[in-house]
Design a protein around this ligand. Structure first.
Ligand SMILES: Cc1ncc(COP(=O)(O)O)c(C=O)c1O
Length: 388
């Protein structure tokens, strides 16, 4: 595995950054793209006749095309926004306006709350039902049948996780998408935790909408939506009258975050150049020893999927006799960054019975980590497990 640490200025300070599932460090070319955008005279608002205004429009369209290539999708469906949560609330609000009493939205308990609460609110306002399929707490998997059993002719939308941000589970989406389409329902995928690690091809998946957070794939803080272009034009989105009536700009309320979009373009190019299959293989080379090392420590429980298949390289674990927050504090003292708690996957920790126990410790592999970082994390956890 070739180390890519040198491409990430943010990790030159000696910290081992396992906090990637919350947000990754930014790749050098994305930092340069943002700096250039802000300093070379391109910085302007789109829609005008002068050079900077045209540069703004061209840059946004170029970024849509790059992101579309990365995700195997039609660029006409790519919209940018501040983050996944804000985009999802905007979409669910528009979709809510199309629902009527008795309609149904089917979701899952494996999801981050940003793919649960927006739909609950939309359903409540329309008098529609919002039901959640459970995952299997013993294996951390989401059997497609659990979701398919809830899909019926009342179902208008099915909302799915590309991967769990807590357990790493990457469910088999295709059978669920097919079952939803068979009754005329649409499918929305939260691919925030999947996109940094696995190749996604929207055309092959056949979903109707998909969201990611580029700041979790080496880009600056931002959100991104892909929606099937005809649907995107048809949804009654909440927008001001003078703004665009057609295309992705309908969703981009207010002035776009141009400098972030310039960085997203560069980060998407980085992923395309590296290749998602190679990224997945390289990450698994580090994740395998992390997982094996954690499993080998007496007193450590790794929650969720066993092995490397059907998952992303994110581990959720607890240490007997040690609260998750104590584990992350001990790791921070050794310059190892992890997160603890529910990480907004409130349904997941609830189903695992960990809600009142401080949740889990979460450590994720990103492309700038190296074997020495994994060894450092394991040494601290082993010391804690043997002393508690
Ligand atoms: C799986 C998943 N979905 C949604 C979100 C929310 O993303 P954002 O911060 O872009 O709103 C996160 C953030 O951690 C996440 O991991």
């Amino acid at each position: 595995m070739t180390s890519l640490k040198h491409r990430f200025p943010g990790v030159s300070d000696g910290w081992a950054r396992f906090d990637g599932p919350a947000g990754t460090q930014v790749v050098d070319t994305a930092i340069t793209a943002m700096t250039n955008w802000l300093s070379d005279g391109s910085n302007g608002c789109g829609g005008g006749y002068f050079a900077a205004a045209q540069a703004a429009d061209e840059m946004v369209e170029r970024s849509r095309a790059t992101v579309a290539q990365l995700f195997g999708a039609d660029p006409a469906g790519v919209a940018f926004g501040p983050n996944m949560t804000s985009i999802t609330f905007a979409i669910s609000r528009a979709i809510g306006a199309t629902l009527k009493s008795g309609d149904r939205i089917v979701g899952t308990r494996l999801d981050h709350d940003a793919n649960v609460t927006p739909w609950r609110r939309a359903a409540d306002q329309a008098g529609a039902q919002h039901v959640l399929a459970p995952f299997d707490p013993a294996t951390g998997t989401l059997p497609p049948e659990n979701v398919i059993a809830l899909i019926d002719e009342r179902t208008k939308w099915v909302t799915l996780p590309g991967a769990s941000n807590l357990l790493g589970t990457a469910p088999d989406l295709k059978p669920i998408i097919d079952a939803a389409h068979a009754v005329g329902a649409r499918v929305f995928i939260d691919a925030v935790a999947l996109a940094p690690h696995h190749r996604i091809n929207i055309a092959e998946l056949g979903c109707d909408a998909l969201v990611t957070s580029p700041y979790k794939w080496y880009a600056p803080h931002s959100g991104m939506l892909w929606m099937e272009p005809e649907l995107l034009d048809a949804l009654p989105v909440f927008k001001v009258r003078p703004s665009y009536d057609h295309g992705p700009r309908r969703f981009e309320t207010g002035m776009p975050n141009y400098e972030a979009i310039a960085g997203v373009d560069a980060a998407a190019r980085f992923l395309l150049e590296e290749g998602m299959d190679r990224i997945q293989a390289a990450e698994n080379e580090l994740f395998a020893p992390l997982l094996d090392g954690l499993n080998a420590i007496n007193g450590v429980t790794v929650w969720g999927v066993k092995g490397l298949v059907g998952r992303t390289p994110t581990a959720a674990f607890t240490v007997a006799g040690c609260a998750p927050a104590e584990v992350s504090q001990a790791l921070a003292a050794e310059k190892v960054a992890v997160w603890d708690g529910h990480n907004y996957a409130v349904e997941v920790v609830d189903q695992l019975g960990l809600a009142d126990k401080g949740g889990v410790v979460r450590a994720g592999i990103s492309r700038y980590l190296e074997p020495a970082d994994v060894e450092r994390l394991l040494r601290v956890v082993e010391r804690l497990a043997t002393s508690s």
